[in-house]
Design a protein around this ligand. Structure first.
Ligand SMILES: [Mn+2]
Length: 423
């Protein structure tokens, strides 16, 4: 059989913004391509919708898209859903059958119905949850096993409890919608509990939704396919490296073939690191990238992600890096998403100083005097304030008022600079 695999379409994403049509437009193009391929079924590993309770307009879009599939060529595949309690139900579909799981965006507790279960009740698809669908055609059997997405913390335990078993004499796929440790930088259990070694054996193809950048990973002689999303939602670096699309999987040859969505936005992603840079230098560097990337016109406005990191020259703060200056003249050439995360030069300098002082075992008050002196040296006050005297005075609480008075009278400023204004 030939199975189309498409994931994370996020219908309803970015509604009310300039990108509100993206999810629908991309999914529509993908489905038009899939219909042309005349597959035997569509496998959907979750996040059909962006919200767990889609609004009426999004449902409307969803039914419009399912209409494309219902008008597609019926492959004559017999589809039976074997649910967890061993009951079975045959799926009578129109056009091309869809076998899916709910994603994390559709997740609702077991007492409530998720959006894919609603679609199953309406006979639009089969929604698997710790269950499998058997596809039969001309003597060939393909079993699609699936576990709908659940909160990561409980995912490994749930997968172990589910303990899916491949069926004999069938080609077996396992479909999940979870984070997988090896694909993520964080090792936090709230982010991922499942690693590659936890994936069950015996399946001919493993398919996982949730991660939005596509990849094929060889695993135990088989493959783990992550189809990726059809729409950019978070604009991550990895997503920018490959175009969005969907796959055709041939159960006989076990070949996977990627098809790209014909008209899609391009993502430019730059993470630029600076060292003691002035805002002017930063603006210049960023504009060089913009000029290079955006000199040609794009059919669809591209997405542009600028992430700025590093340290700023002394005397500057993040607020001095003005994105409007960077984008001046380009604001109609791309949809920008920007982020700046600078450590100011002064701040990192202070931290380094603190570490050095800590190592040298000086007393707390000596450390304070030293830090204050160094910080004051960078202000217009320079080294004119008698820091030691201020500290000595403040050691006794009763002297606070007196110290303030002395400061106001300028008596704690070194005599030779007393007359100069210091701000
Ligand atoms: Mn998703």
């Amino acid at each position: 059989m030939r199975l189309a695999i498409i994931s994370d379409t996020h219908l309803g994403f970015a509604r009310g913004t300039s990108r509100e049509g993206d999810a629908f437009f991309n999914f529509k193009q993908a489905l038009e391509g899939i219909v042309k391929q005349e597959p035997d079924a569509i496998i959907f590993p979750g996040d059909l919708f962006d919200h767990k309770i889609p609004n009426q307009e999004v449902w409307h879009e969803c039914f419009e898209l399912f209409g494309l599939l219902q008008a597609g060529k019926n492959p004559g595949v017999k589809v039976t859903h074997f649910s967890r309690n061993n009951g079975s139900k045959s799926f009578s579909y129109h056009g091309i059958p869809v076998i899916g799981i709910a994603g994390t965006h559709e997740y609702r507790s077991k007492d409530l119905k998720n959006a894919l279960q609603v679609l199953e009740t309406g006979n639009f698809l089969v929604c698997l949850h710790a269950s499998h669908a058997l596809l039969e055609k001309n003597g060939e059997k393909v079993a699609i096993h699936g576990m709908s997405g659940i909160p990561e913390k409980r995912a490994l335990e749930a997968l172990r409890m589910y303990n899916p078993q491949p069926l004999n004499e069938a080609h077996n796929l396992l479909v999940l919608h979870q984070s997988i440790k090896e694909f993520l930088p964080s090792k936090d259990d709230m982010v991922a509990t499942i690693g590659l070694s936890n994936l069950p054996n015996g399946f001919d193809l493993l398919v996982n939704g949730h991660l939005h950048w596509t990849s094929i990973t060889p695993w135990e002689g088989k493959k783990l396919l992550i189809p990726g999303s059809t729409v950019f939602t978070q604009m991550k670096r990895l997503e920018g490296e490959k175009q969005k699309g969907w796959y055709i999987y041939d159960t006989q040859t076990m070949q996977l073939e990627m098809h790209f969505i014909p008209k899609q936005r391009k993502l430019y992603y730059h993470c630029l690191k600076f060292k003691n840079a002035t805002p002017k230098q930063i603006v210049k560097k960023c504009r060089e990238h913009l000029e290079k990337d955006l000199q040609t016109t794009h059919e669809l406005l591209p997405l542009y992600r600028l992430k700025l990191k590093g340290t700023l020259a002394n005397g500057y703060t993040q607020a001095d890096v003005d994105f409007s200056k960077i984008m001046d003249g380009f604001s109609d050439k791309a949809l920008f998403s920007t982020m700046k995360k600078f450590q100011t030069g002064e701040f990192s300098f202070r931290l380094d100083e603190l570490r050095a002082l800590h190592r040298s075992n000086v007393s707390l008050s000596a450390m304070g005097i030293d830090l204050l002196e160094k910080n004051l040296a960078q202000t217009p006050l320079g080294n004119r304030l008698d820091v030691k005297r201020v500290f000595e005075l403040l050691e006794n609480k009763e002297n606070v008022e007196k110290t303030i008075q002395l400061l106001q009278n300028g008596e704690l400023i070194q005599p030779e600079t007393k007359k100069k204004p210091f701000c």
